[in-house]
Design a protein around this ligand. Structure first.
Ligand code: APR
Length: 235
């Protein structure tokens, strides 16, 4: 089976009703990014940050994977699929994707404020316990914080993402403005000659030597088109 590696961003979940970040009306227009998505913002007002992610987590209970997520999961019948996502929601998993790398963390998990990347302290929350309170402690006694990679923090999963990207026989990009590094740089690790597809309803500026096959559609319609193309060309 061919290795199909897919990089996804907020646009992947837009049709499920989760806001993107940089589109008009996006999250970063409504919440100051330095307040809710940086270590400095967390240090300045931890309660506000904890609540912001409680709200995001609560939203998971009312949204469903969209057709794009489902079609992507179905491709596992014909390809060895790796999903590298910048999204912190769990919609790829809920759609059935089995190999998902979360570059920017996961809403459903919490960790230590002192050692956020120490696996000893990372905990998965059950839906009935999605609300984290100020005063809830990690096993090292520090305040429980969201398991989210904030701006300015290391991105430990990038190493694994690079390895998969280097092994890709087909590379697909869905619903990301490619503004945020290191995720946006993954395309540089795709081997020369590997077909690259990009699904996005808007124009995305891509700087790379690869020829990009652009499918200018939303995630669901775009995935339908991609599925047909892949079936014709690679199965
Ligand atoms: N289907 C596919 N793509 C869509 C759809 C849709 N229905 N609607 C919007 N898009 C596209 C937009 O055109 C845009 O190119 O999704 C992209 C969303 O871009 P951003 O909002 O910048 O989101 P993303 O690229 O995922 O952001 C990267 O930035 O703030 C951080 O950590 C956060 O992981 C996030 C990272």
């Amino acid at each position: 089976m061919k290795n199909l590696v897919v990089l996804t961003g907020a646009g992947m979940s837009a049709e499920s009703g989760i806001s993107t970040f940089r589109d008009a009306g996006g999250l970063w227009e409504r919440y100051p990014v330095e307040q809710v998505a940086t270590p400095e913002g967390y240090a300045a007002n931890p309660k506000l940050v904890i609540n912001f992610y409680n709200e995001r987590r609560k939203q998971l209970l009312s949204v469903q994977p969209n057709k794009g997520h489902l079609l992507l999961a179905e491709l596992e019948n014909q390809f060895k699929v790796t999903v590298i996502t910048q999204n912190v929601d769990n919609l790829h998993e809920r759609a059935g994707s089995r190999n998902v790398i979360h570059l920017h963390g996961e809403l459903t998990k919490v960790t230590s404020s002192l050692q956020p990347n120490n696996p000893k302290f990372i905990r998965e929350l059950r839906p009935e316990n999605y609300e984290v309170h100020w005063g809830d402690k990690a096993d090292d006694g520090s305040q429980l914080r969201p398991f989210i990679v904030w701006f300015g923090e290391p991105v430990p999963m990038i190493e694994k993402a690079i390895e998969y990207t280097e092994s890709a026989d087909i590379f697909v990009i869905i619903g990301t403005s490619l503004n945020v590094y290191p995720a946006a740089g993954l395309l540089n690790y795709v081997r020369p000659g590997v077909p690259v597809y990009l699904i996005d309803p808007k124009e995305v500026k891509v700087t790379s030597g690869h020829k990009i096959n652009v499918i200018r559609k939303g995630a669901s319609e775009g995935m339908e088109e991609l599925k047909n193309v892949l079936q014709k060309e690679f199965v």
